[in-house]
Design a binder for this molecule. Sequence first.
Ligand code: PRX
Length: 632
Amino acid sequence: MAEKFDVKLEEGKYYLPDASYKERSWIGDYNRAYQEFLADPDGFWDRIARDLEWFQPWDRVKEWNYPYAKWFTNAKLNITHNCLDRHVNNQRRNKVAIMWRGETEGEEEVYTYRQLLQAVSQFANGLKSLGVGKGDRVCIYMPVVPEQIIAMLACARIGAVHTVVFGGFGVSALNQRIVGTDAKVVVTADFTYRRGKAIPLKNIVGEAVVNAPSVERIVVLRRDQEKPVELHPEMEVDFYELMEESDRECPAEVMDAEDPLFILYTSGTTGFPKGIVHTCGGYMVGTYYTTKYVFDIKDNDVYWCTADPGWITGHSYGVYGPLLNGATCLITEVTPDYPTNGTYWDIIQDYGVTIFYTAPTAIRMFMRVGEEWPNRYNLSSLRILGSVGEPLNPEAFEWFYHVIGKARCPVVDTWWQTETGMHMVTTMIGEPMRPGFAGKPIPGVVADVVDRNGNPVPPGTGGFLVVKEPWPSMMRTVWNDDERYRKYWYTIPGCYTTSDLAVKGTDGYIMILGRSDDLIVVAGHNIGTAEVESALVSHDAVAEAAVIGKPDPLKGNIIKAFVILKNGRVPGDKLKNDLVYHVRMTLGPIAMPSEIEFVDSLPKTRSGKIMRRVLKAQELGMDPGDISTLEE
Ligand code: PRX
């Protein structure tokens, strides 16, 4: 691919934040920092890693044996020691670590670092009493409540590997992840509350463990105290009873830098989602560094990342990164449009949020409901704004920058992936911001836009976004499927393939154009065409199905499905609704098709592969490109 994109590259305007931002920033001058990194990459990471506490130092910063990297070899650590004990022992003991805000006004909880350490230690001991030990997998399927973070950190404390599953996933998606990791314990809650409705998570777990023989116990957080859900006497145990029976002190397990910390599933282009494996040492250093330097976090900041810890953004920038930096973090179960469209702005005003990290899909939703909503609130506490998950289009940038940031706050549009673990491309604080462009590789990252052979393409020419050198928080493998890991590094010679298309300006700024593969980014969430198609085909009326992403002004993309029915099945609205419901139950609400069209045939290659690109071109009235491999 080396086509010209119609991007008005050189006419773009820049916004320059007030000079005080740069003067006071951790990064200082971006170019200087980047040159320092290039001059001595290992020395750069060595310096950053020394900010943290290790039980034993490393022999070497990295060992690169293409495509496998080891970081901080033979070093010993525990990430929770750095997220908790380090602060408790060093003047942040009574600093607020987590503030949680529930859906109903007045419903809130606060944990200081001391309290969080205690709760994590107690729950860690509780997990031990259930027989969970180093290397065992624990599945966490919970709402956004402090106990979700406590469960994650408790696993890390004892060296168990957590797999957090987003609470919006359905039975079969949850079952796949439990079976895929052979999880020994599932931690869940009775309910999650969304827009005033109680969604029974525990019931979903009940169905999801039917064919999951590895599961020995289920821990249930019972939020509804008036009518507590019943627990199975042998299989299920109450979250707080488990904690209360346990000791308040739990020494942090000594972990090797390369031991796995967690597995997080992300959609693949074919079949089963991929369990991305992150390790203790490199992930800790990568998320610590980026939270500190990209968000320029300081001790008096009130930091709010709106992502659910069920996604990588929640892992890296909702939990680990900010806690490693000793930050005060806000978390909440609320949705941005409930009970009113002012909910988020109310929270920012109420808690005095200074750093606000959210997704373009939310920003576009706010744009649609109008600026009268944010204008009713005092947002003057805000200092830095962040965006992640999909391209922040220039219109959304302008709105975010002017209406929310009052042309005062830098906007960091952060490009990265589940696989990268940390921010990779953005505009560092103090540098000129360019609407529509994420920015440049951060110091520590070597990324470029290249052609199929790995050669850089000239400015203005579209190409593949790749990373050319290993970085500490890179995934180490795909759980039980190393072949899929190798593919990332062997698709384009010598490079890590991101599967994103991008274009670079003469100024070096990178604009992300979207995915080059069969992933659809819907409201910032990756959804594999294969997953939705197989969910549709599992309905007894469906013979074949193909899905595409269709551009949508609000969600970035919506899912459109083309369905061939089995003989004798009658198309109609009732069946369409049934199919949507079926996908919802199988995969969860995020994967529901917004449009379904019944068709008699699908465009295929001679070898029988569905050509989704042709369907998409037809749908959008565009030229389908090369169709020489099309069947007829
Ligand atoms: O296509 C890119 C898009 O999200 C993909 C990664 O998705 P996931 O692993 O779920 O992680 C999302 C949160 C990091 C990328 O391949 N993406 C992520 N951030 C941006 C983005 N696209 C454009 N601009 C971004 N800032």
